[in-house]
Design a protein around this ligand. Structure first.
Ligand code: 5GP
Length: 204
């Protein structure tokens, strides 16, 4: 590792220590993270949320640059090889990529703003390697039955895709104790307030 990379990495670690906080939220698909995140932003309006890139197609109502940057597999690969991602993984296998762009994170931290990443457990572990003092929060569903109910209720996936998501969800739950904070999403208002309180306690 050359001196340029060393400086770059230590600058990134320092920015997370001295200025804005990097907050990583994970939890199985179906734990209600998206709704929770919206509520969190209402309660903690100073937070910015990183928009991830993905190769999955948009769901009805999803908007480019708001919900995700929807990239073709070729464009995703080009940007991956160019080193534009802080982390990126095939979250559900079968060639569907998700990733956090460096450009979503570094400028916010440099500007002293706290930024939230809502990413899977593989991505979270990779981010922790780089930003060791990231605030990591694992969102647990209120029960396994509730998780499945929410996933099925969405009604946007084929049965095969649903089974894959359920399998990934079970695997993700095994990573919960690698996170500094656990929040059970039994009630959106309560859980959002709990996350808000965790973040505020670290920002002082
Ligand atoms: P969905 O397809 O339902 O929008 O997202 C599926 C999962 O992908 C989410 O549970 C989320 O944690 C994960 N995900 C979204 N963006 C990223 C990202 O940038 N990086 C990683 N590693 N996972 C992501």
């Amino acid at each position: 590792m050359g001196p340029t990379t060393d400086n770059f990495e230590s600058r990134q670690v320092m920015s997370a220590v001295g200025r804005g906080k990097l907050i990583v939220i994970s939890g199985p698909s179906g734990a209600g993270k998206s709704t929770l995140l919206k509520e969190l932003c209402t309660r903690c309006p100073h937070l910015s949320v990183s928009v991830s890139a993905t190769t999955r197609p948009p769901r009805p109502g999803e908007r480019e640059g708001v919900d995700y940057y929807f990239l073709t597999p070729e464009e995703f690969e080009r940007r991956r090889l160019a080193g534009e991602f802080l982390e990126c993984y095939e979250v559900f296998g079968r060639g569907t990529w998700y990733g956090t762009l460096q450009s979503e994170v570094a400028p916010s931290l440099e500007a002293g703003e706290s930024i939230v990443l809502e990413i899977d457990v593989q991505g979270a572990m990779a981010v922790l390697d780089r930003y060791r003092d990231a605030i990591t929060i694992f969102v647990q569903p209120s029960s396994p039955a509730e998780l499945e109910r929410r996933l099925r209720g969405r009604g946007t996936e084929s049965e095969e895709a649903m089974q894959r998501r359920l399998e990934v969800a079970r695997r993700e739950l095994e990573f919960a104790d690698r996170y500094r904070h656990q929040v059970v999403n039994d009630d959106v208002d309560r859980a959002a307030q709990e996350i808000c309180d965790i973040i505020r306690s670290k920002e002082v």
